[in-house]
Design a protein around this ligand. Structure first.
Ligand SMILES: Nc1ncnc2c1ncn2[C@@H]1O[C@H](COP(=O)(O)OP(=O)(O)OP(=O)(O)O)[C@@H](O)[C@H]1O
Ligand SMILES: [Mg+2]
Length: 170
């Protein structure tokens, strides 16, 4: 079974994957798989542009968990989408030293449910679990993902609603 952990930058994918690795899961990082598919380096936005179609079509599925903000595009058996309340996400990204433009680009994408909507375009809802990380410990989220993989908790999405945060982004 291949499962992905996706979500907007700053929602906690790598932190969670670190914890799942400690628990014995096989973890692959998106960043380690895209190197041959970088088409340009957008220095202005401090972002590498990936040929997503080529990356997805040549991706060899494996047993384990892949984490990264594009991984919901892969042919995964299960999909976890991490969410974070926009005002808290803003703090997390500012703390990283991101430019104001990059912070707001990501906060806007989170407020507009971009990762979830894309995941629903590529996967049946019965494969998707959305988790709000805003006030949840990494420990509890890691256990939730383990339970989801074992079929102990059902898929679900649509519980987060950031519409009251739209004011932040316009
Ligand atoms: N459950 C959580 N509760 C509180 N803070 C968290 C949680 N998960 C992660 N963080 C914090 O949020 C920040 C971003 O986490 P992380 O680097 O794991 O995000 P990411 O989704 O991997 O981002 P990127 O896509 O840019 O790699 C870090 O400072 C981390 O300590
Ligand atoms: Mg990360």
């Amino acid at each position: 079974m291949m499962i992905c952990i996706s979500g907007i930058p700053g929602t906690g994918k790598s932190t969670l994957a670190d914890e799942l690795k400690k628990r014995g899961y096989n973890i692959v990082r998106q960043n380690d798989t895209v190197k041959d598919f970088i088409v340009s380096d957008d220095e202005e936005r401090d972002t590498k542009i990936i040929d997503e179609e080529k990356w997805v079509s040549s991706f060899k599925p494996f047993e384990g968990i892949i984490e990264g903000h594009l991984t919901h595009l892969l042919p995964c058996d299960l999909v976890v989408i991490l969410r974070c309340r926009p005002d808290i996400l803003k703090e997390r990204l500012q703390h990283r030293g991101y430019s104001q433009e990059k912070v707001m680009e990501n906060v806007e994408a989170e407020a507009l449910d971009v990762s979830l909507i894309e995941a629903l375009e590529y996967h049946e809802p019965c494969k998707i679990l959305e988790i709000d990380t805003t006030n949840e410990s990494v420990d509890i989220i890691a256990t939730e993902i383990g339970d989801f993989m074992q079929g102990k908790i059902p898929p679900s999405h649509g519980k987060t609603d950031w519409s009251e945060y739209f004011g932040m982004i316009i």
